[in-house]
Design a protein around this ligand. Structure first.
Ligand SMILES: C[S@@+](CC[C@H](N)C(=O)[O-])C[C@H]1O[C@@H](n2cnc3c(N)ncnc32)[C@H](O)[C@@H]1O
Length: 260
């Protein structure tokens, strides 16, 4: 791989390397390694949910991430049968009486933080449906300094990522008459796509207060709404780097290809 390509991979690691650590710490806080250990054999999602007191919908999401990253292992006794989770040498190191607490203390003393915790998961958050107060604050830009920096990040990320898509996958846009970018922010990505593939009618869909401040873009209609309720109809839908902020650090779903 050439150095440029490697650099593009590495930069994601430096930006998002904390995600894996946050997820692992959350798993330790929940007591997942202990639950699997005391069960003594691979455990189903419902059994694990009762063991750690966390709703299945939230637990499934963190287990998907942790198995994808090799912390736990997925097992199916027969093809098509129920999924079970099993310990790995790594998860055995993560019980609190082994190295689990060593990882937890690296965070320093507790204080207000912008991350998902075991407490959040136990309260059923992380389902991808509810909007937390932290998220509302974040998107409504009450966090002024952070908000400004985040806006800059979104604009630059959209440019970099969309340029790569235009350059490397132009064939994907053949035959698409209309395209909606769900969570498209101010429309940077869809604006660039419509400019590159002029036969496409673009829709930028985002929260109402976000699109209300979006610039006018040729060939792009801005529509405000909530993606959990409905999204505008189009020939194709795209989502780029969209996840709820409180699960952003943990799940980053667009980046994860689940191992089957
Ligand atoms: C991380 S940004 C990604 C922006 C852009 N897609 C990109 O990749 O640069 C996530 C976007 O999703 C939007 N968003 C969050 N919750 C949403 C919801 N429920 N419905 C529609 N858009 C939402 C946010 O306002 C924000 O613009």
């Amino acid at each position: 791989m050439d150095k440029e390509a490697q650099a593009r991979i590495d930069v994601w690691k430096y930006a998002l390397g904390f995600v894996e650590m946050e997820a692992v710490k959350c798993g330790i806080e929940l007591g997942l390694p202990e639950a699997l250990e005391s069960h003594g054999k691979p455990i189903s999602l419902s059994e694990l949910s009762s063991a750690v007191g966390c709703p299945e919908i939230s637990l499934h999401r963190i287990m998907r991430f942790l198995t994808h990253n090799g912390i736990f292992e997925k097992q199916r006794p027969n093809p098509g049968s129920e999924l079970f989770y099993a310990q790995t040498p790594l998860s055995r190191l993560l019980t609190r009486d082994n190295l689990g607490t060593f990882l937890l203390v690296q965070d320093g003393p507790p204080g207000p933080r912008f991350s998902l915790t075991a407490q959040d998961l136990k309260a059923g958050k992380g389902s991808g449906v509810e909007v937390s107060p932290e998220e509302s604050k974040m998107w409504s830009m009450e966090f002024k300094t952070y908000g400004k920096m985040f806006q800059e990040f979104l604009a630059s990320h959209a440019k970099v990522a969309t340029s790569a898509v235009i350059e490397n996958c132009p064939e994907s846009f053949q035959g698409i008459g209309s395209l909606v970018d769900v969570g498209g922010h101010k429309g940077t990505a869809i604006g660039m796509l419509v400019k590159a593939f002029s036969w496409i009618r673009g829709i930028n869909f985002d929260l109402p207060h976000v699109v209300s401040g979006a610039p006018i873009l040729d060939g792009v209609e801005h529509i405000g709404g909530n993606m959990f309720e409905s999204v505008p109809k189009a020939d194709a839908v795209m989502l780029m780097t969209v996840s709820r902020i409180d699960i952003n650090k943990l799940f980053l779903e667009p980046l994860i290809c689940e191992k089957q």
